[in-house]
Design a protein around this ligand. Structure first.
Ligand code: TYM
Length: 351
């Protein structure tokens, strides 16, 4: 298995990123390593699995940005990922900008991706809004770079939140068309990646609006829990989270039409490992006055230790630079054979 995923280093890591994606990255890193070890113990050897995670700093250019802020956020996000449990000795952790193969492969794939496919991308429609004419070309071609990110490493599995599913379907379409158009049937250049989307936390919603996803770009700080928030801030944000006046229902069907209540119950479940039905078995009939402090507590319990590690790690810029340099060198090595194969399949002369 080759697990690959990325995150944009813009703004803070928030609870949606953590529950929707990063927690799964850490789990996959840990379980794959244990699986390899068990296989070696059993048969003396194993096909080594690998996990690669990156800061999608090239993707950040698709929106207006401040260069100094991007540089700082790239290092901070690296610290945040390590604080969450990504271990640079066991996973390849790097930033795209130090691995030019991503941008190179994107150009090769631009010949295969179709305008009609990109025109259907809902994230482009959402992010460009009414101002499509002045959106950057990078925002439009962004999903092709995302396809290059995973195809470069022959990713088999890509852990992401629900909002990235469409981009990964596009990556599969691009890989399939490229293999069909340019490769012999028994020697495809690209592996078709499988998205891994968590059932319970695929889409964490805003604390101010249960119909909008929790997002870095929401102007309201109260809409999201950041991984850097301290205990008091977390409790305050949870207590002020939008809800309705009814008590919690005793079964899941009773959450229909109550998006804010459903979101908070889902978050509680994702943090404690309980199904929403089990959460409602405990809290059904109780008001938010009782539920919110309990939710705040479990959140502080999970995020507190991550925050403490993050605060220490982010001080050591040199160590963070070294992590990214080492990861980038490994990533360049891993990606080189696929990029060469793509050049060759396309008939490009390159020695
Ligand atoms: P980004 O930076 O917006 O988000 C990083 C990851 O967090 C997930 N996520 C959420 N999950 C649940 N609920 C939410 N409210 C929520 N908000 C964010 C995202 O689904 C994502 O998994 N285009 C990507 C970055 C990227 C990438 C890639 C991902 C670039 N190349 C290749 C996978 C593979 C993005 O902007 O994610």
């Amino acid at each position: 298995m080759r697990v690959v995923s990325g995150i944009q280093p813009t703004g803070n890591l928030h609870l949606g990123n953590y529950l929707g994606a990063i927690r799964n990255w850490v789990r996959m890193q840990d379980t794959l390593e244990a699986h390899d070890r068990a296989q070696i113990a059993e048969s003396g050897s194993a096909q080594k699995s690998e996990t690669l995670f990156f800061l999608a700093d090239l993707h950040a250019l698709s929106q207006p940005h401040d260069p100094a802020a991007l540089r700082a956020a790239t290092l901070e996000m690296t610290a945040a990922l390590v604080a969450c449990g990504i271990d640079p000795d066991r996973s390849v952790l790097f930033n795209q900008a130090q691995v030019p193969l991503h941008a190179e492969l994107q150009w090769l794939l631009n010949g295969t991706a179709r305008m009609g496919w990109l025109n259907r991308m809902t994230q482009f429609k959402d992010k460009s809004g009414k101002n499509r004419e002045s959106a950057s070309v990078a925002l439009f071609t962004y999903p092709v770079l995302q396809a290059a990110d995973v195809l470069l490493y022959q990713a088999t599995h890509v852990p992401v939140g629900e909002d990235q599913k469409q981009h990964l379907e596009l990556a599969r379409d691009i890989a399939q068309k490229f293999n069909n158009d340019f490769c012999c049937e028994d020697a495809p250049v690209f592996t078709l990646p499988e998205p891994i989307i968590p059932g319970e936390a695929a889409r964490i919603m805003s604390l101010r609006d249960g119909s909008a996803k929790m997002s870095k770009s929401d102007p309201s700080e109260m809409s999201r829990i950041n991984l850097v928030d301290d205990a008091d801030t977390i409790m305050q944000k949870i207590k002020k989270a939008k809800t309705d006046p009814e008590p919690l229902p005793s079964d899941v069907a009773g959450l229909a039409g109550r998006p804010e209540a459903a979101n908070l119950v889902g978050i509680y479940g994702a943090l404690t490992g309980a199904e929403p039905a089990a959460v409602l078995a405990d809290f059904g009939g109780k008001g938010f006055g009782a539920f919110k402090p309990a939710l705040g507590e479990v959140m502080i319990e999970t995020l507190g230790p991550i925050r403490d590690r993050f605060v220490t790690l982010k001080q050591d810029r040199e160590a963070l630079d070294a992590i990214l340099a080492r990861g980038a060198s490994k990533a360049r090595e891993r990606g080189a054979p696929t990029l060469s194969a793509a050049y060759q399949a396309l008939g490009l002369v390159r020695h």
